[in-house]
Design a protein around this ligand. Sequence first.
Ligand code: SF4
Length: 330
Amino acid sequence: MSAKPVPLLEATGLNVHFGGKGLIPALRTPPLRAVNDVSLSVMPGETLGLVGESGSGKSTLGRAILRLGELTSGEINFDGVDIARATLGDLSQLRRQSAMIFQDPYGALNPRMRVGDAIAEVLRVHRKVPPEWVADRVAKLLNLVGLDAGYARSRPLDLSGGQCQRVGIARALAVEPKLIVADECVAALDVSIQGQIINLLMDLREQIGMAIIFIAHDLAIVRRLCDRVAVMYLGRIVETGPTEQVFTTPRHPYTASLLSAIPDIDPDRGLPENPLAGEPPSPIALPSGCAFHPRCPKALPVCSTGEPPQLGPDGPHRAACILPPGEIRS
Ligand code: SF4
């Protein structure tokens, strides 16, 4: 009997709340609940898309998972290590096995530092190669992301946005990561350059076998790149499943609304014509019951009371909605 596959990353009950503290209770402001009771897992080599509107908590969750940002509570097991309660030594292991790619390719690099030095810095800090091999490894990393080794002498402002993002990816790859969190990493690029960077990520995933958490609001790119998708609304995952299942048979009205707003995603599939109305409520004053009820075209009176619905029973495709799956499409 073959052994059950073990997730590379398993996060349970993650919360990230800002504010809401202070010695004098009467002066405390309510906490901003950016991430609420989120659980997710990522298998080795898997690409998980994290989607949702701006302010849904995707980036905050991505940073919390890599312990680059606030984490109020929850458990994170990364490659067998509990990194939610990690010691500095555990965190340095995480830093050696994970990396983040940011949205702003220029902002992620020191404008005064040559590209080669920026990549070499990562190699030296993590002692990836002996000092005499650093220049050679820098050249190989630049080649790996489709840049000539001569770019090592360039400074970020000498490069286009797409070239700069390739350097950001080379820097991320320098640690030979098991997991990369890519946060809107193509959002600032022209559409043609976006395609090149996505192709590069797909190639690298094949070659290196790293897992990727791909944070994006562009659903067409997520559909192309990701094995599974998790849809976030107001800090919660409201639907998760294999990408094609979620895109063709969404089980949460929020997902259905997001998809119906995109004209070129399977126009023949008959997704409901319910464009998403209004802005999401404030994460400081979450609505009672299902947080999506003020905007939900399918809401019932019971949806506005009680605890928020939880993701459905175990299975690959789950949604946090009281309606049976067949009633989402109409
Ligand atoms: Fe809409 Fe109710 Fe489902 Fe929430 S629980 S998504 S309000 S139908």
